[in-house]
Design a protein around this ligand. Sequence first.
Ligand SMILES: [Zn+2]
Length: 289
Amino acid sequence: MTRFARRRGAAFFFLVSVGLVAAAANTPKPRRHAAPTYEVYAIRYATIPGFRVSGLIAGADTSRRLDIAMMVWLLKGSDGRRLLVDAGFHRDDFVQRWHPTPFATPSEAVARAGVKSEDITDVIISHVHWDHLDGIDLFPKARLWIQREEFDYYLDSAGTVKNRAIDAGDAKLLAQAAREGRVMLVDGDAKEIIPGITVYTGGKHTFASQFATVHTASGTVVVASDNMYLYENLARHVPIAQTLDSASNLRAQARMVTLASDPRLIVPGHDPDVFIRFPTPGNGVARIQ
Ligand SMILES: [Zn+2]
């Protein structure tokens, strides 16, 4: 070996050593509680035709109409957990009053995504309105996560209605679930209720409406529910039409942008465009990714 070759060999060894140190520095430290990864699906169980857009977007032209999507959101965990955000509606008086066309029960719609209703482990209730709460009895084994302030504002433990924004029958259902020990009351903002799933308040669609962030392989997805009715709210920086506090609603929408890995991963509560932006797997099921 010539002196030159020896020097070159030493230089090579040096570079390999630096490379190994750099590789070691880049190795992520194992997380003590690695959160499971979720797949997020918007599932359309019904459509309400010709809904007034001015009921969704503050100040919208009163002549505008939209066939709105009635959705629940399925979260499929890599650990086998199967959650929903919201439970939809199915009782006949609502169907008669609103004439949804087409209509399937939320549990029938969830079956299209390959999940049986009895396998739903948890339902995060974003707020107490009939079209998000009424379906809780379709998922009899699920724990129900709702903000404590939302529960206490709208009903008591006997199921008595304290504010008419909650349907009387739905209040009875929720109180019954609470007596069965299935209701988990969440105390406020930014609570990671389950590893990988965090709920936030401030949307002010109702007294203590909440939205959720979900850890997925595509990054953080925000399931806004009615705290952001349509993509148009976000695009035009317009509050939802039904809110107790417009400024708070706008702040919550701005916060969703900071929480989501990409603004396109913020899922609105009633926008039919969800199924155009995320066309697969189809048949009223949209994987958000
Ligand atoms: Zn609502």
